[in-house]
Design a protein around this ligand. Structure first.
Ligand SMILES: [Zn+2]
Length: 428
């Protein structure tokens, strides 16, 4: 291990050793931020440090760092989150919060999602400060403490920007990455740049009955009705599939990495749209997710005893709304369908898909050119994200000034991140 690698690994391991599980308590995040202060002293002595939202919720530990550039006209926001999802130690090779370094790798919860992004961005700023570099425009590091449970960290940061009349040109978050085999048959690694995040809903379906003893069961018990409903949803196309602009951009984007018929079809995805919409979902679940709204059942509840018919039973479905679908329309459709089975519908949580980033803007082109400069041997493609990140909050603010936000990051390599930050801030 080189000295430099050892230094990075040790610093990163210290960050992993803080079990910053979402909503676990402010004290865990205070310890984590103490580690940041010790490991990145120049960042904390040179940048302005803000805690957005702490005036509204004293438990909030969202962190916002402002690196003053030569100009404040076109600021950039680099995002990541401090929190992680829980981990069951029994299923881990090394304890999830030990930060074990083995075989050239740091092991632990948060190494991939997304203390890696946090480490890379803050460390890049630390080293650029050592070099005496001053960015052309202001750079903000925005690190929520509750991304994993869709908490208020990022919305608080957005409020801060609004209150301070700051209008970022670009926001970059986790989400995409440079990946091998982004698509079957892909020959080279591709940077997948998120340009849209799908919408999200958890919906509960409940069936009632008079209950009773299982020794003399009536027909159409709650579980039987729920099962019929679930089976119908699983075996029918409930939501219309379509070739959205984001899906089209993604297929065209990856076509350069594909050979043969697949390369030809994706390159001419617009012309082949009817064929792709019909055939791709039948071939791969990825096709279903790319071309429309998906729904899958994730939770079920019935009677507490094996010999008692439940008075009510329920299942929960998770939905991801594709571009072109509104949550209210999809849920209305489900409600109509569920009523045929005498099932009630309750929306637990719902949000719409994000707007699509305009990839024709100079800002997007500049971002892609910067990547190309840093990673000359990869392909780059827009990407329709099936998951969600904090960037959707920031995106609304960037769009307000009709500039180009980016819904995701590919800045996952330290050296490239530093260089890319130089170029990005220089020209934006
Ligand atoms: Zn994440």
């Amino acid at each position: 291990m080189s000295n430099q690698f050892e230094k990075y690994a040790n610093t990163f391991a210290k960050m992993i050793q803080c079990p910053t599980v979402s909503a676990s308590g402010a004290e865990y995040f205070d310890k984590f931020q103490q580690v940041l202060k010790e490991q990145f002293p120049l960042v904390f002595s040179n940048l302005e440090v803000y805690y957005p939202g702490v005036d509204k919720d004293e438990q909030s530990r969202a962190l916002l760092l402002k690196w003053r550039g030569k100009s404040s006209a076109r600021p950039m926001v680099l995002m990541a989150h401090q929190d992680v999802v829980p981990a069951d130690p029994a299923t881990w090779t090394y304890p999830p919060y030990a930060g074990t370094i083995d075989d050239g790798k740091v092991w632990g919860r948060g190494t991939m999602d997304c203390k890696n992004t946090l480490f890379i961005t803050i460390n890049a700023v630390e080293e650029l400060l050592q070099e005496g570099f001053v960015p052309e425009n202001d750079v903000y590091l925005s690190y929520s403490d509750c991304e994993e449970n869709s908490g208020m960290g990022a919305p608080y940061a957005v409020e801060w920007f609004k209150e301070h009349d700051v209008h970022p040109v670009v926001a970059v978050d986790e989400g995409g990455a440079i990946i091998e085999n982004a698509f079957p048959g892909m020959k080279m690694p591709f940077a997948m740049v998120g340009i849209l995040e799908k919408g999200y809903a958890d919906v509960k379906f409940t069936a009632h009955s008079k209950g009773g003893h299982s020794s003399s069961p009536p027909n159409n018990t709650p579980i039987a009705r729920l099962s019929a409903f679930v089976n119908y949803c699983e075996t029918h196309v409930i939501f219309k599939r379509r070739m959205s602009d984001a899906a089209l951009q993604m297929l065209k984007g990856i076509s350069t990495g594909l050979g043969g018929a697949l390369g030809f079809i994706t390159k001419h995805a617009k012309g082949f749209a009817p064929l792709i919409v019909k055939a791709l979902p039948a071939i791969t679940p990825f096709g279903k997710a790319l071309l429309g709204t998906t729904m899958t059942f994730t939770m079920a509840e019935g009677s507490k005893a094996p010999n008692v018919i439940p008075q009510s039973a329920s299942v929960v479905a998770n939905l991801r709304f594709g571009p072109g679908d509104k949550s209210a329309d999809c849920i209305a459709k489900l409600t109509k369908l569920a009523s045929k089975y005498d099932i009630e519908v309750e929306v637990l949580t719902a949000r719409e898909h994000s707007a699509t980033v305009d990839i024709t803007t100079p800002e997007y082109k500049h971002f892609v050119d910067t990547m190309r400069e840093q990673f000359p041997n990869i392909g780059i493609s827009p990407y329709l994200m099936f998951g969600g990140t904090d960037c959707r909050h920031m995106q609304t603010m960037c769009l307000a000034q009709s500039d180009a936000p980016l819904a995701t990051s590919i800045l996952n390599n330290l050296h490239q991140c530093m260089q890319a930050m130089k170029t990005l801030t220089f020209n934006l």
